[in-house]
Write a new protein. Structure first.
Length: 379
């Protein structure tokens, strides 16, 4: 081996060891490194799935870090030999000694530096991967647990028994998260997360019920007011019906007070139970209340519309008579004796109290027919 070859070899070793030093430096920045390989007395021991998956890699990494120190010392000795290389006599012996250090079984355990360097690189890669995976698992678990606890604290009191069971699971669970984050995450995802999802869905459903039950109570109040307005309007219409028209189908009376009063009482009871927090009871009760009130409102609305029919017809007949009399006057035939007699008869019936609707409709029809005949004659 020439002196130039020695310099090249030492340069290559220095580059490799510098790269290894950077890896060791980066490893020190991982929390997992300090907990598993730090200098403290209470090192964390991996267990469960994490232990089975990464204990060997962590042990190999620790050995590799020790070997890094041995290789660094060995290369340092080789560099010292190179620096003190004699110019003439003895140079060959120094070169041979450097070659033996860097290529022979020069490590304390009799291993050769080059295979040891290769093993160290593999151990660094595998160990770095293991530490990063463990560190990432801890962070994921920490985030999951914090989010879950924050949600439980924000919904304290909701579904208390189930939430208490979930909190108890978390307490027993957290003792294993450091030594076996991989297994703990699997357990969290398969046991704790589904239980949390059930509780969250139930609470969201309860909150949704609360939100909608308040809306339903408000809607019930508006419906009851509307029902009362229609009843009052129907009572007024019924009074007008009896006073102004006859010879019609019998009027439809408003719903009796004994059918309406229980609705008001039940609605007040539901409001009180809602204030007490009886959500399920109120949800069922308000649905039944709304159905009953809606059916009663439909009946009341139809009664009002039926009672308005003859009154509207009376107004329509009066309007038709006024229009036909104006038409007759414009044509100059309003003074016709027969037409005037029919007009008087229709007016007598239409403004009677009450108006006999069949007779009044017949009178208007006769006036209209006579008016048409006179129009044809006058053309």
């Amino acid at each position: 081996m020439t002196l130039d070859q020695v310099d090249q070899l030492l340069g290559e070793w220095k580059r490799r060891l510098d790269a290894a030093a950077q890896v060791v430096y980066d490893l020190h920045g991982l929390p997992a490194y300090e907990m598993l390989l730090g200098s403290g007395k209470s090192r964390l021991k991996l267990t469960g799935i994490t232990g089975a998956q990464y204990t060997a890699a962590i042990a190999a990494l620790e050995t590799a870090i020790q070997n890094y120190g041995l290789l660094s010392d060995l290369v340092g000795r080789a560099e010292d030999l190179r620096k003190n290389m004699p110019r003439l006599l003895g140079a060959g012996d120094r070169i041979d000694e450097i070659a033996r250090l860097l290529d022979g079984p020069s490590l304390p355990n009799g291993a050769r530096p080059i295979p040891a360097l290769k093993e160290m690189g593999e151990a660094f890669h595998n160990g770095q991967t293991a530490l990063a995976a463990i560190d990432a698992a801890w962070k994921r678990l920490d985030t999951k647990q914090k989010n879950l606890r924050a949600w439980l604290n924000a919904h304290n009191g909701e579904l208390a028994p189930a939430a208490a069971a979930l909190r108890a699971k978390l307490e027993t669970f957290k003792t294993r998260t450091f030594s076996d984050p991989m297994g703990s995450e699997t357990e969290f995802d398969s046991n704790i997360q589904p239980l949390f999802d059930q509780i969250r869905i139930a609470v969201e459903a309860l909150e949704n019920q609360r939100r909608h039950v308040h809306e339903a109570i408000a809607r019930a109040g508006e419906m009851f007011e509307h029902l009362q307005r229609v009843r009052l309007e129907n009572e007024a219409t019924l009074h007008e019906y009896k006073a102004k028209v006859s010879e019609c189908p019998p009027p439809v009376a408003p719903a009796p007070e004994e059918r309406v009063r229980p609705l008001a009482e039940k609605l007040q009871q539901l409001k009180e139970r809602l204030g007490e927090g009886a959500i399920d009871v109120v949800c069922t009760g308000i649905e039944n209340w709304l159905r009953t009130a809606s059916d009663l409102f439909t009946i009341e609305q139809r009664a009002l519309e039926a009672n308005q029919v003859p009154l509207n017809m009376r107004r329509e007949l009066r309007g038709r008579m006024s229009a036909m009399k104006a038409k007759a006057s414009a044509r100059g035939i309003s003074e016709d004796a027969q037409l005037a007699r029919l007009a008087a008869r229709a007016a007598e019936l239409l403004y009677a109290q009450p108006t006999p609707m069949r007779q009044a409709a017949d009178a208007v029809t006769q006036y209209e027919a006579n008016l048409r005949n006179l129009e044809r004659v006058s053309r």
